[in-house]
Design a binder for this molecule. Structure first.
Ligand SMILES: [Zn+2]
Length: 479
């Protein structure tokens, strides 16, 4: 079943020609390599951990099959590899000494480093996945920190990907849980695209949509089994992550797989949340941040959908619409890092519309709202359900678990909108003048986050009630 879907997806992909997911799939590496690159020499690129987990075995199998091998390039296991540009420069220096095809053996960070390095050396590459931890394997572009900013640097996706379920099964629990959260985030990112489509901001591309959305429910319906190491659940997760990447590849944009929940994650990432701390000394994963963002956006959606956006006072909304200059000032006030501030101003102004254009957009919204509301409802799940699924998979589901202060979490609802020009539910709520009011409701004592905060029990046994912000601030300062 999965194989057929992947075959069909590969027909839509521009760079990736082979994907093999299965138990014992490492055995297929030499054959896949030959089909993809003929008799070219190969070089395994890994880090100390992934070299042990699969890199050695990949090298051995390639050697035995008669491929010419260049000595493996292995990044140290400690400290954990970080996706920063200096690592690309190191690897590039080594790749330029020969003409071997890189075989990346690793997960997100390693794959991104090899992807961009190979691209800069004008060489294709292949990837052997070691964890079902995110959907970037088959995506174009690499997420790299350069000049103090996390950026997506353009580069081709791998020509081939092999994922051995036996290897994925032995990845850390947190990595598999991270992949689950990244995939579950497509529930809200899909809703965002429905909105952008209905408001004629960005039309839905049927192929890109189908690859990510058609089987999303099936890929994500067994979080507890996944956590327990069930092979079928890992296989479905990996299939989802690979198809999600192929969706981005086919549409040449991450719109297919990334919405407001990713903007939450990216903002936190750029501000260094969880670097070098958290779980077992490894940085807080992309998926874990996306997971918390997904709960946050699903909760916002519930409040947005309760309202009748077909019955707005368009005239008064246009009267109070900020000028470009006022908007720029407000964006600058919300950011403290100069790089982030510059990027946010650029992205926000790129999606700025005049009051006249706002009137047109809101009139369109009035016409499409009943149908759009229904479509979005079908696409979404209740925030509480998403929270339960993430919990069952072993993911964090709220700010405290990822080391974020409640007040910073609350501010993310407004700040995340500014860092990307992509139109999401945050923009819909902003355009219709309800963003602030909805966020207020979410954090009120009986609101979604107010209730979550109240359920956290303090170390001394008393419960957090009333003003969650001051309570949690106090808790944080205690550490
Ligand atoms: Zn993601």
């Amino acid at each position: 079943m999965g194989e057929r879907r992947i075959k069909a997806a590969l027909r839509e992909a521009t760079d990736t020609q082979h994907v093999n997911i299965g138990a014992g799939a490492l055995a297929s590496v030499p054959g896949v390599f030959r089909e993809s690159f003929g008799d070219s020499p190969a070089v395994v690129v890994a880090d100390g951990n992934t070299f042990e987990a699969a890199g050695k075995e990949v090298r051995r199998r390639l050697e035995r099959a008669g491929h010419t091998m260049v000595e493996a390039y292995v990044f140290p296991a400690e400290p954990p590899l970080y996706a920063e540009y200096s690592n690309i420069e190191k690897l590039k220096g080594s790749l330029r000494e020969h003409d071997a095809i890189p075989v990346a053996v690793g997960s997100g960070t390693l794959n991104d480093i090899v992807k961009r390095s190979a691209h800069e050396c004008e060489r294709p590459y292949m990837c052997v996945a070691t964890a079902a931890s995110m959907d970037g394997y088959t995506a174009f572009g690499a997420s790299i920190e350069k000049d103090g900013l996390k950026q997506t640097l353009s580069c081709s996706a791998p020509r081939a990907v092999v994922a051995d379920l036996e290897v994925l099964k032995h990845a850390s629990e947190d990595m598999t849980a991270s992949g689950y959260a990244d995939l579950l985030g497509k529930v809200t990112s899909g809703a965002d695209w429905l909105i952008a489509d209905a408001l004629e901001v960005e039309k839905i591309n049927p192929v890109g949509w189908s690859l990510v959305q058609d089987h999303l429910r099936g890929w994500t319906d067994s979080p507890a089994e996944l956590r327990a190491g069930d092979q079928g659940s890992i296989e479905r997760l990996m299939e989802g992550l690979i198809l999600s990447g192929l969706g981005m590849q086919s549409y040449q944009s991450s719109r297919t797989a990334s919405g407001a929940e990713h903007q939450f994650s990216h903002l936190w990432e750029m501000e260094g949340l969880g670097h070098g701390e958290s779980h077992e000394g490894t940085p807080l994963s992309h998926g874990f941040k996306v997971g918390v963002g997904t709960v946050a956006i699903a909760a916002l959606y519930e409040l947005v959908l309760e309202r009748d956006l077909g019955d707005l006072d368009i005239e008064s909304l246009c009267d109070s619409w900020p000028t470009k200059e006022a908007l720029e000032r407000s964006v600058r006030e919300q950011h403290t890092s100069p790089d982030l501030e510059r990027g946010a101003v650029e992205q926000t102004l790129a999606k700025y519309i005049s009051a006249g254009e706002l009137a047109q957009r809101l009139e369109l919204l009035r016409d499409v709202w009943p149908g759009l509301r229904e479509k979005v409802r079908v696409q979404l799940m209740p925030a509480e359900q998403i929270r339960g699924m993430l919990q069952a998979a072993g993911c964090p589901t709220g700010p405290v678990e990822i080391g974020l202060r409640w007040e910073d979490f609350e501010a993310t609802y407004s700040r995340a909108r500014t860092i990307r020009k992509r139109y999401t539910v945050l923009d819909l709520a902003f355009d219709t003048g309800i963003l602030e009011e909805c966020v207020g409701e979410l954090f009120a004592p009986d609101g979604f986050w107010g209730r979550v905060a109240a359920s956290h029990t303090r170390a001394d046994g008393t419960r957090l009630v009333g003003s969650i912000r001051s309570d949690v601030r106090e808790k944080h300062d205690d550490r």
